[in-house]
Design a protein around this ligand. Structure first.
Ligand code: SF4
Length: 289
């Protein structure tokens, strides 16, 4: 039996980089003994967060948490791939922390655009989900008004001041088609604005690849957390193409009894599934079937 692992299974580039940064800092800490914190959980995966905790990494969720840490304990804070507002970085430095910025470069590009365009006099429109940490972070790089538009309906109702110049960006994980629809509505309203397409295609690439793989194989295994919406979506896509699609969190959930006719097994994984879990499943299927 042949096992094919999807090339883009698991972490995207930005999340992998952020997680690797934490492990690098753990190694460094062995030399200088400084405390390590992440600003928010580095990734939505309980096993990874637990492993980091066991290695002494603590999670802080706010500036108030950071202030509550004694001066002697104020070591290194790692900013996760979503990024944060400018004032958060500045305040952490003022408090005496070393800030290691693992903001995904694609998100950082939005911060730079927002900073530059708002300084040039434009108000910022973020097409994305209000309250999402990435959107809150982006908002915090503007020195002018920021509008957040979540849907086509909100775009229809949107109004800004007469003569106000706009710069439109999007949350990286926003659906590209919806972003285009929102931009089209704003254009029709005659707003004076520039548009920067900042949608990241990591999710789309993972989904397209999963669909293509599921259509080729006899059995498809999708690995990811129970509450991970992007893994559920991957499962649904694969299930449409391959009747024998299994959704598992870890190897422990895999109780496969495959008919002898099965020749090809495909594996993919959601965005927060670590490599070691993917490898375990892959090796198990290779050895046991
Ligand atoms: Fe991953 Fe793309 Fe988000 Fe970066 S912008 S963290 S690559 S999904």
């Amino acid at each position: 039996m042949e096992v094919i692992l999807a090339e883009h299974a698991g972490f995207c580039f930005g999340v992998r980089r952020a997680v690797d940064t934490v492990y690098e800092q753990i190694e460094k800490k062995k030399e200088d003994g400084r405390s390590i914190y992440t600003f928010g959980p580095i990734i939505h995966n309980e096993e990874v967060v637990r492993d980091l905790q066991e290695r002494g990494v603590k999670v802080i969720s706010s500036l108030a948490d950071a202030e509550a840490i004694s001066e002697a304990e104020r070591g290194t804070v790692i900013i996760r791939s979503h990024g944060v507002e400018r004032r958060v970085c500045e305040s952490l430095k003022d408090l005496g922390f070393e800030v290691v910025d693992a903001t995904c470069p694609f998100v950082k590009r939005i911060h730079t655009t927002v900073e530059k365009e708002s300084e040039a006099g434009k108000s910022i429109v973020i097409v994305g989900n209000a309250g999402h940490p990435e959107v809150e972070g982006i908002r915090g790089w503007s020195c002018r008004s920021v509008y957040i538009i979540e849907s086509v309906e909100e775009a229809e109702e949107f109004a800004c001041k007469e003569g106000e110049k706009l710069c439109i960006v999007s949350q990286t994980t926003f659906n590209y088609k919806k972003f285009q629809d929102v931009v089209e509505i704003l254009n029709k309203k005659g707003y004076n604005g520039s548009v920067v397409n900042t949608v990241c295609n990591a999710t789309e690439v993972r989904q397209a690849e999963a669909r293509e793989l599921a259509a080729r194989v006899d059995v498809m295994i999708v690995i990811g957390g129970n509450h991970s919406s992007n893994t559920r979506k991957l499962y649904e896509i694969c299930r449409q193409e391959c009747r024998m699609t299994y959704y598992i969190q870890t190897l422990g959930d895999l109780h496969l009894q495959l008919p002898e006719t099965v020749r090809l097994v495909g594996i993919t994984a959601g965005a927060s599934t670590p490599n070691n879990i993917i490898e375990e499943v892959q090796n198990y299927v290779r050895i046991n079937f």
